[in-house]
Design a protein around this ligand. Structure first.
Ligand SMILES: Cc1cc2nc3c(=O)[nH]c(=O)nc-3n(C[C@H](O)[C@H](O)[C@H](O)COP(=O)(O)OP(=O)(O)OC[C@H]3O[C@@H](n4cnc5c(N)ncnc54)[C@H](O)[C@@H]3O)c2cc1C
Length: 465
């Protein structure tokens, strides 16, 4: 099967890119521009029509916020939030985005929250964040957080501009829109092998597990946490050294989350979704390192996302108990649990670039969501299209998203922010759905509905082997 552009992976990077490409084609076909790429884009994913697990992009809900200590990501998030809030007609009437505001708690001794808020002050948007005292946190929202363990936290603020989105539905909408425009085809298949041309100077295509072959002029890997696993055979074939392998750019890391349904029984806390589901994320992330048959160490997602090491499950329950003990009054455990895998990079920048090896000059990557990139679904594809078409996204973005030099297994970092700051990993974050958004947050919040997301600190190796 031949196609001009083959996208492997229908998560946010693959779909957003397909959507923006489809949009460009349909605009071109209205004018005089006859783009020869039109109508030949294929998305290939192992899961039939998105949204389906195991993609990280498929989820109950995801946070949408501009609270970043990096100006680059704050600006990118503002751009995406404009689209979420109605700038993109696709989301305007779909009721997938909820601007709820959130409450952020920073650890004692940390200046991360202060730097984020200083960044708001320096941006071209109004800074709507407001200080909270510990007492405010305990007494607001009908005392919802009155029993929370707050002794580790030294500062608190609320930001009414943040929100959350119905992740699965939003992904589904974007996929349907990309297909509707006619230039994008969706195929189901698990890619097993990346095929080189006979001259071994370019990628010819992909072979699926069931033996189908897809050839393409350009190939984009948007394969998230599975990227290293997919690339390792090709890297072996080309004899790439460890420093030149994708594992040193991004690696698979997991996070666990638990789902508690029908919270109405617990009294004060109403569920955030229409189905009565509340999601708690345990921010302790981990890798699952294997040694490949050729001796390379790579992290790969676990196959069964509902199998979770008992220690981690217990830790997640404990983290719920420390924040919202009332949720567990009527139950001992959660109703569902998932290990969700994402590709992370050392500096939490995604990799949106062409592969640097001259023999792979038609192979592109858009991976490395690093636990924070879902919110960019409406807009990130535009930047991926630029890379595919050889255009710059501006010096700062190009530098942040390029393939980084690695020496002795250590990546040279960009200047886009300190390590581990793009996810709010040192903050505990509470999303609170306000009823009337225009009323100032402190006085307006009633615990109508609540999503609690706890983001912890450390990364640890190999809970499973
Ligand atoms: C628990 C958790 C919570 C998060 N919360 C937030 C949040 O609140 N806000 C936020 O902005 N971000 C959040 N993120 C980050 C965000 O979800 C991810 O960065 C983003 O979804 C990654 O998208 P992706 O397209 O790179 O990968 P994915 O969504 O994982 O998509 C990759 C796709 O590639 C396919 N694929 C892989 N290998 C193959 C193959 N060999 N053949 C065929 N198909 C293949 C997979 O089936 C999958 O569909 C969170 C991540 C996690 C794990």
């Amino acid at each position: 099967m031949d196609t001009d552009i083959l996208i492997i992976g229908a998560g946010i990077f693959g779909l957003s890119r397909a959507y923006h490409l489809a949009q460009r084609f349909s605009n071109a076909s209205k004018g005089t521009n006859t783009n020869k790429d039109a109508c030949k884009v294929t998305i290939l994913d192992r899961a039939p029509s998105p949204p389906l697990p195991p993609a990280a992009s498929t989820d109950i809900n995801k946070i949408v916020r501009a609270d970043y200590s990096s100006p680059l990501y704050m600006a990118l998030a503002h751009e995406a939030m404009d689209a979420w809030a109605g700038g993109n007609p696709l989301f305007q009437d779909a009721d997938v985005y909820h601007q709820t505001g959130w409450v952020v708690m920073d650890e004692k001794g940390s200046d991360l929250a202060a730097r984020i808020r200083a960044n708001f002050g320096n941006s071209n948007r109004e800074d709507v964040s407001v200080d909270l005292s510990e007492d405010d946190v305990r007494t607001s929202w009908n005392g919802l957080l009155s029993q929370a363990e707050l002794s580790d936290y030294g500062s608190f603020y609320a930001n009414p501009s943040a929100g959350w989105a119905d992740a699965a539905r939003a992904v589904e909408l974007m996929a349907a829109e990309a297909m509707k425009r006619g230039s994008v085809r969706y195929e189901v298949g698990e890619v097993e092998r990346i095929i080189l041309t006979p001259e071994r100077n370019a990628v010819q295509g992909m072979q699926t597990k069931d033996g189908r072959v897809y050839t393409a002029r350009k190939v984009l890997l948007a394969t998230g946490a599975w990227t290293s696993l997919l690339m390792t055979g090709l890297e072996d074939e080309l004899g790439l050294e460890d420093d030149d392998r994708v594992e040193n750019q991004i690696t698979a890391a997991g996070l666990s989350y638990e789902v508690v349904a029908n919270l109405t029984a617990a009294g004060e806390v109403l569920p955030p979704t229409k189905d009565g589901i509340c999601k708690f994320t345990n921010a302790r992330s981990f890798k699952n390192t294997i040694v490949t048959s050729t001796g390379h160490r790579i992290s790969v997602p676990s196959e069964n996302q509902s199998e979770i090491p008992p220690k981690l499950a217990q830790e997640t329950i404990t983290s719920i108990r420390e924040r919202l003990p009332q949720v567990l009054e009527a139950r001992k455990s959660a109703d569902d649990i998932r290990l969700c895998w994402d590709a992370i990079s050392p500096d939490q920048n995604p990799l949106i670039t062409r592969h640097p090896d001259p023999r792979l000059s038609n192979l592109y990557l858009a991976v490395g969501g690093s636990f924070h990139c879902w919110k960019f679904l409406p807009t990130i594809g535009r930047y991926v299209v630029n890379v595919l078409e050889g255009r710059s996204n501006g010096e700062e973005r190009d530098r942040a998203w390029r393939w980084k030099a690695v020496v002795g297994g250590t990546q040279r970092r960009t200047k886009t922010g300190k390590r581990n700051e793009l996810t709010t990993s040192r903050l505990a974050v509470f999303h609170v759905l306000t009823h009337v958004l225009s009323i100032p947050l402190l006085s307006a919040l009633s615990n109508k509905e609540l999503e609690l997301v706890l983001l912890g600190t450390s990364f640890y190796e190999a809970v499973q082997t």
